[in-house]
Design a protein. Structure first.
Length: 226
């Protein structure tokens, strides 16, 4: 039997302090100073007394069994170096009606998030993306980069006319689904900024951010990548 990070948790370090995201309960949280030191020691491979291991298990940080899974931070994501919103790429309108697609996708995503848990929404988004698109290499070809920029611009232009308040979460999930239907595989990245704690998410393909600026995404530390 081995210990591993609870499956619905991910974490990142900000100024040396772990911050957690629990997608099952849809919350970010930190540990008390004492328990934080226990967790950090555990991630370094320090042999802890059973009482300390029980504390981590008792607050849902670690689970037992299920293979040798190490405690690791969020899956790595490429450092953003360019943004589709900040590129001077000629926009070529789609032959299909992107406006209707964006309207339906944003509205259905908004309703789904109101009715179902964050976890179930992320599972559905990932399944939809994986069924429609294949992951691209980290370095996007010029042609693929242009396709991403063009599709992201089409989404953002049509989004202006959707009568649903903007929100990084449901807009990003909707964009991932919109892109996937065009054969474009993008990641949903959750990030946080401390002091004060602020959560954010965006869509990214390789080093290219699709619905945010480079500066804003770099101000956040990635905590989970879907």
């Amino acid at each position: 039997m081995s210990d591993h990070l609870a499956p619905d948790l991910s974490y990142c370090l900000i100024d040396g302090h772990p911050v957690f995201l629990d997608i099952e309960s849809d919350r970010y949280f930190r540990l008390s100073h004492a328990l934080e030191q226990v967790f950090l020691a555990y991630t370094r491979g320090t042999l802890l007394p059973d009482s300390d291991r029980d504390k981590l298990a008792g607050c849902g940080i670690v689970a037992t069994g299920g293979g040798d899974i190490s405690l690791v931070p969020a899956a790595p994501v490429a450092l953003p170096t360019e943004s589709a919103m900040e590129q001077a790429v000629p926009y070529r309108p789609e032959k299909t009606n992107a406006a209707l697609d964006v309207l339906g996708t944003v509205c259905s995503t908004w309703l789904r998030l109101r009715r179902h848990s964050l976890k179930s929404n992320l599972i559905a988004m990932r399944a939809h993306r994986d069924n429609h698109a294949k992951a691209a290499s980290l370095a996007l070809s010029p042609v693929l980069r242009e396709r991403f920029c063009n599709a992201a611009t089409a989404f953002q232009n049509a989004r202006l006319y959707v009568p649903v308040p903007t929100c990084c979460l449901h807009d990003s999930i909707a964009m991932v689904r919109f892109l996937a239907r065009r054969g474009l595989f993008a990641h949903l990245v959750f990030g946080i900024m401390a002091n004060p704690l602020s959560a954010h998410c965006w869509v990214q393909a390789g080093h290219l951010v699709l619905n945010d600026t480079v500066g804003n995404t770099r101000a956040h530390t990635p905590i989970r990548v879907i």
